[in-house]
Ligand binder design. Structure first.
Ligand SMILES: Nc1ncnc2c1ncn2[C@@H]1O[C@H](COP(=O)(O)OP(=O)(O)O)[C@@H](O)[C@H]1O
Ligand SMILES: [Mg+2]
Length: 253
C-alpha cells in the first residue's frame, strides 16, 4: 500500500441505477486480482448493496442493530472491520450489515458517512487499490470522502438511452467540479446479438450525439451487449482495465 492518501481508488458511478455499475465494478475488481494485484472492493450502494450476492455471499441473519454509533471509531462496535475475502478479492459491503431484504432509509449525508467508514475502518491489509461501487448519482460531498481516502479516478457506466446520458452528465459536472479525473465510460446493454445469426439489435433509442457524455469529452472504453446473465469478460473490459491499471501504476512510480 502507498503512503496515506495515496491508495489508488477507482470509483464506478453513474447518474442512474440498473445500468450495470455493480457488474462493472465486480468484473474490474476480479480482473485486477486475476492480474496479480491485491485489490479491495467497496460496496457503497447502501440502498442496493448487491456486491455480496454477485460474489455468492449471503447473510440471512438480521443485523442486531444497524446504527452508525456501532461504526464510530473506537465505539462499541469496534473500530476496524475485517474485509471478507472471495477468491483473493477483499470485500467490504454495507450489505454485510443487513439481512437480504432489510432496507436502510439513509439520507445522502449518512450514505457519505457510511462510505467513509467502509473505506477507512476496514482492515484492508496490503491491498494496492480499491474499486468502489457507488450508489446512483455522484455528489461533491461523496467525492470529498473518496479523495480523503486515496487518489480517486472515476469510471462512468451508461446505457445508450438519453436519460442515462443526461443524468450521468450531471454526475460528470460534479466530478469535474472537484477535479476527479474520469478514466472513461462503459456503455452497457447497448445491443443484443442474435445467437443464431449474429444480427445485432440496438436495445435503446440512442441519445442524440451532442447530449452524450462522449460529446462531453468522456472516452468510451467499451460498448457491451446485453447478455442473459449479465456476464462481463476480460476482453469486454480490456480498454477499461488498461485505464484502471495505468491509474494504479501512476501511484507507485
Ligand atoms: N450487459 C448486461 N447484459 C445483461 N444483463 C446485465 C448486463 N449488465 C448488467 N446486467 C444486469 O442488470 C441488472 C443491473 O445491473 P447492476 O450491475 O446491478 O446495475 P447497477 O449497479 O447500476 O444498479 C443486474 O441484474 C445485472 O445482472
Ligand atoms: Mg449496484
Amino acid at each position: 500500500m502507498g503512503g496515506p492518501g495515496e491508495l489508488p481508488i477507482i470509483a464506478v458511478g453513474s447518474g442512474k441505477g440498473g445500468v450495470g455499475k455493480s457488474s462493472v465494478a465486480v468484473a474490474i475488481a476480479r480482473e485486477l486480482v486475476r492480474g496479480g494485484r491485491k485489490t479491495g472492493l467497496v460496496d457503497a450502494d447502501i440502498s442496493g448493496p448487491d456486491v455480496p450476492r454477485m460474489l455468492g455471499l449471503r447473510r440471512d441473519v438480521p443485523a442486531r442493530s444497524v446504527t452508525l454509533t456501532g461504526w464510530a471509531p473506537g465505539g462499541r462496535g469496534g473500530s476496524r472491520h475485517e474485509a471478507m475475502e472471495v477468491d483473493g478479492l477483499k470485500v467490504a459491503s454495507a450489505g454485510f450489515l443487513m439481512a437480504g431484504n432489510q432496507a436502510l432509509a439513509f439520507g445522502s449525508d449518512l450514505g457519505d458517512l457510511l462510505l467513509g467508514r467502509l473505506l477507512k475502518e476496514t482492515d484492508w491489509g496490503d491491498v494496492e487499490a480499491l474499486v468502489v461501487d457507488l450508489p446512483p448519482g455522484i455528489s461533491v460531498s461523496q467525492q470529498g470522502v473518496l479523495s480523503g481516502a486515496g487518489r480517486v479516478a472515476a469510471i462512468l457506466v451508461v446505457t445508450p438511452a438519453e436519460v442515462s446520458h443526461l443524468d450521468t452528465g450531471r454526475a460528470l459536472t460534479a466530478l469535474r467540479g472537484v477535479r476527479t479525473p474520469v478514466l472513461g465510460g462503459v456503455e452497457n446493454m447497448a445491443y443484443f446479438e442474435c445467437p443464431c445469426c449474429g444480427e445485432k439489435t440496438e436495445l435503446h433509442a440512442p441519445a442524440p450525439e451532442e447530449r452524450t457524455i462522449w460529446a462531453g469529452g468522456v472516452e468510451r472504453l467499451a460498448r457491451l451487449p446485453f447478455r442473459p446473465g449479465g456476464t462481463m469478460t476480460a476482453a469486454d473490459l480490456a480498454p477499461a482495465l488498461d485505464a484502471v491499471t495505468a491509474h494504479i501504476d501512476a501511484a507507485f512510480p
